[in-house]
Each structure stands twice: as structure tokens, then as C-alpha cells.
Design a protein around this ligand. Structure first.
Ligand SMILES: CC(C)(COP(=O)(O)OP(=O)(O)OC[C@H]1O[C@@H](n2cnc3c(N)ncnc32)[C@H](O)[C@@H]1OP(=O)(O)O)[C@@H](O)C(=O)NCCC(=O)NCCS
Length: 176
């Protein structure tokens, strides 16, 4: 499958697919580690309109990358905080269709996002990983280091347990 998979920037027409994949990942993969209230809370982060808003209104701060095979969206990655004065970006979301896990799409999406971040002068990426052990394994394979479990408090007051992870780059390309 990966041979004909390509990663490109998000188009508004991807919003429904991104929403479907984000919600399916919560229900089919992460539900073992998070309760119904948490899953319901995070559903609002996957509303189609939200992805369109991010790509249209916050394009200098965030980029959404989409992996597709012959027009079928396999997954997406939301990279953010690109204007951070400390040159620290964040992977806000990275989700792969549960029916296409372990085919390399996640790695391809991450590698594309990291390259983009490096070209913008970012020297460190953070992410709040789900506490799911396979997700943590994925981030470690991408070069991230776990800094431990923490309770993340979201702007609306909601709290969820995550694993805070970071990746520091060993070299810096001048920002463009
Ligand atoms: C985590 C996730 C993005 C990984 O995407 P993916 O396309 O399945 O990952 P890849 O195929 O690129 O896997 C890369 C490596 O990660 C690790 N990995 C990924 N999925 C794994 C699994 N189910 N079990 C064990 N290791 C796994 C492996 O080391 C794998 O390399 P290998 O297949 O050569 O052993 C995807 O499983 C997902 O969407 N999970 C649910 C949502 C989620 O947790 N997103 C991250 C939010 S913080």
C-alpha cells in the first residue's frame, strides 16, 4: 500500500475524511485507555469545520498534511506552533485510519511534517502522546523521548492524561 501513498497539504475536501479518521482512531484504538467522557470531549477537535478553519485562518502557525493512496485518505498530521519564538513546534494530531495501521503511513506523515518544521527553522518538536503503549512506541520510533505522564489541562478546563514527548533536532537549517 505504501508504495503508491503520497503526502500532500490538506484541501478543504479532506475535512470529512480527517474527521472520520480522528473519531475512528479514538473509538477503535484509543478507547482501551480513555473513557467515554474523554473520547466525547476530543470529538470536537475532529469536526470537519475545525480542520478547514485551521488551514484557512491559522496557516502561518499550522499545517495539515494528508496521506492518500489513489485518492483515498489514509491519515493526517496537524503540525502547529510554527511561529514559536523558541523555535519549538508541536504535533497536535497524527491519526491513521484504523484499517490501515502499520502500513507506514504514520511514519511518512511524521517525516514530512518534521522536514517542513526543520525548513521553517524549528529545532524541537513536542507532542502529547496518547497513553496507549503502541502510540508511545510509534513516537519513540520517530525519535521522540518520553518526559513522563502528565495531566494536560485544555483551554476549556478539560483534563486528560497524556505522555509528554519531545524530539530535539541535531542540526538546524536556516529558516526560510
Ligand atoms: C500511532 C499511529 C499514528 C501510527 O501510525 P501507523 O501508520 O500505524 O504507523 P507506522 O506503520 O508508520 O509504524 C511505525 C512504527 O511505529 C510502531 N507501531 C505503530 N503501530 C504499532 C502497533 N500497533 N503496535 C506496535 N508498534 C506499533 C512500530 O515500531 C512501527 O514500525 P514497524 O511496523 O516497522 O515495527 C496510528 O496507529 C494511530 O493513528 N493510532 C491511533 C491514534 C493515535 O494514537 N495517534 C497519535 C495521537 S498522540
Amino acid at each position: 500500500m505504501l508504495g503508491c501513498t503520497r503526502v500532500r497539504f490538506f484541501l478543504d475536501s479532506d475535512s470529512v475524511a480527517c474527521s472520520r479518521i480522528g473519531n475512528a482512531a479514538w473509538r477503535q484504538v484509543l478507547a482501551t485507555y480513555y473513557d467515554e467522557a474523554t473520547i466525547n470531549h476530543f470529538q470536537k477537535y475532529h469536526e470537519p469545520a475545525r480542520y478547514i478553519q485551521i488551514s484557512q485562518q491559522y496557516s502561518s502557525y499550522s499545517k495539515i498534511f494528508v496521506a492518500e493512496t489513489n485518492g483515498f485518505v489514509l491519515g493526517f498530521c496537524l503540525l502547529g506552533d510554527l511561529q514559536n519564538p523558541k523555535r519549538e513546534g508541536e504535533i497536535y494530531q497524527l491519526f491513521v485510519d484504523p484499517n490501515h495501521r502499520r502500513e507506514g503511513a504514520g511514519t511518512l506523515l511524521y517525516a514530512t511534517a518534521e522536514q517542513f518544521a526543520r525548513e521553517k527553522g524549528i529545532t524541537k518538536l513536542r507532542c502529547d502522546s496518547a497513553i496507549h503503549p503502541e502510540t508511545i512506541r510509534f513516537w519513540e520510533r520517530c525519535g521522540f523521548e518520553s518526559k513522563g505522564d502528565m495531566i494536560r489541562k485544555y483551554p476549556d478546563g478539560f483534563e486528560a492524561k497524556v505522555v509528554y514527548m519531545e524530539k530535539q533536532f541535531s542540526w538546524t537549517k536556516s529558516s526560510s
